[in-house]
Design a protein around this ligand. Structure first.
Ligand code: NCD
Length: 313
C-alpha cells in the first residue's frame, strides 16, 4: 500500500479518512456500497451517531457540496459551509490549522475540495483523533466519493462489475473522476476498462488493468457502460484546449454512435456536462442515461460514509 493510502487507516486497519480509493480493499468498498444501498432502500443510515460536517470547498462545486450537505442533513447533523473568501485562510492560516480549530469546536468530518491533492492528504495526516477527512475532489488525482457513487450506480443496474466492458471517454488525463472510477471498478473486479480519447488526453502511463483506445467508435463497440468526461480546461494550458466542434466530431457521444455499444449500455457523466461537446443533450437526457441515479446515489454514498467514518460508530 502506498503511504498516501496508508494514512487513511487507524491502528486497527479501519478506514478513518477517505483521501483516495487507491489500495482500498474490495470488502471495504463493498461495505460502503452495501450501506449506501440500504440508505437507498429506505434505511435512515444514521446508526445514532451525531456529528458536525464542515464543507471546505476551494474549487467551484454545486452538486458535490450540496450532496454532502444533504447527506449530513439526512443523518441529523449540523453543517457548516466555509467558503475561501470568508475563511481564515485568507489571513494565512494553513488548512491543517483550520481543521484543528474546527475539530476543537466539535466538527467531526471535513469534506475538502482543493486544486492540490497534496493539501487534502496533509490535512488528513494532521487531523486530530475524532476528525474524519473526506476528499471531495483533489486536483486531477482523486474524487473517491464519485468513484463510489459511480460503482454503486453500475452495480444497481448491472448486478456486478465483473465481466463488464466499461468505456471511460474524453479527458481522462486530467480527470480525478476517472482515476477514482478506475480504482473502484478494478477493486470490484471489472476487467475490461477502456480509456478512450486522443493521445494527449489519455494518461501518459496507462493505469494497470486499463486499455487505451484512440478511436471513439472502437472504444464504444460492445460497451456495457460508457462514462463521458468534461474537458478539464482549468487543468491545462489554454493552447492545449481542443476546439469544441472538432472535438465533438471526433470524440462526442451522440445517439448514432451510442448504437455501437450494447443496446442496454448505461450512459454516465459526473457533471457538469458541456452539451454538444463531449455529449449531446439527447443522449445526456435519453433513455439510457443514468445521470439522475448517479446524483441520487451520491447522497446515499455520502450518508453511508459519514456514518461509517464518524467516531462511535
Ligand atoms: C467533477 C469534478 O469536480 O471533479 N464533478 C463532480 O464532482 N461531479 C467532474 C468535473 O468537474 O468535470
Amino acid at each position: 500500500m502506498s503511504n498516501e493510502a496508508a494514512i487513511q487507516y487507524d491502528g486497527k486497519g479501519r478506514l478513518r479518512h477517505l483521501v483516495t480509493l487507491e489500495g482500498v480493499a474490495r470488502e471495504t468498498i463493498e461495505a460502503i456500497l452495501d450501506r449506501a444501498q440500504a440508505v437507498a432502500d429506505g434505511d435512515a443510515g444514521a446508526g445514532g451517531t451525531q456529528g458536525i460536517l464542515a464543507n471546505l470547498f476551494y474549487e467551484p462545486s454545486t452538486r458535490t457540496r450540496c450532496s454532502f450537505e444533504i447527506a449530513a442533513g439526512r443523518l441529523g447533523w449540523q453543517v457548516l459551509n466555509i467558503a475561501e473568501s470568508t475563511s481564515s485562510l485568507v489571513k494565512g492560516e494553513t488548512l491543517a490549522e483550520t481543521a484543528r480549530t474546527l475539530a476543537a469546536m466539535g466538527v467531526t468530518a471535513l469534506a475538502i475540495r482543493h486544486s492540490e491533492a497534496e493539501t487534502v492528504r496533509r490535512v488528513a495526516e494532521a487531523a486530530p483523533d475524532r476528525l474524519a477527512v473526506i476528499n471531495a475532489g483533489a486536483g486531477s488525482a482523486d474524487h473517491p466519493t464519485q468513484g463510489l457513487l459511480d460503482a454503486l450506480t453500475i452495480r444497481q443496474r448491472k448486478g456486478s462489475l465483473e465481466n463488464l466492458a466499461i468505456a471511460i471517454c474524453g479527458d481522462v488525463r486530467h480527470s480525478r473522476v476517472a482515476r477514482s472510477d478506475i480504482h473502484a471498478f478494478s477493486a470490484l473486479g471489472a476487467s475490461d476498462i477502456r480509456l478512450v480519447g486522443p493521445k494527449e488526453l489519455l494518461p501518459e502511463s496507462t493505469p494497470e488493468g486499463c486499455i487505451p483506445v484512440h478511436d471513439m467508435e472502437q472504444g464504444l463497440r460492445g460497451a456495457d457502460v460508457v462514462i463521458m468526461l468534461r474537458i478539464q480546461k482549468e487543468r491545462m494550458a489554454a493552447a492545449a484546449v481542443p476546439d469544441p466542434d472538432d472535438y465533438h466530431r471526433a470524440w462526442g457521444l451522440d445517439a448514432e454512435r451510442l448504437k455501437l455499444a450494447k443496446p442496454d449500455c448505461l450512459v454516465m457523466h459526473p457533471g457538469p456536462a458541456n452539451q454538444g461537446v463531449e455529449i449531446t443533450m439527447e443522449v445526456l437526457h435519453g433513455p439510457q442515461s443514468a445521470i439522475q441515479s448517479q446524483v441520487k446515489n451520491g447522497v446515499y454514498v455520502r450518508v453511508a460514509l459519514l456514518a461509517m467514518l464518524s467516531p462511535g460508530d
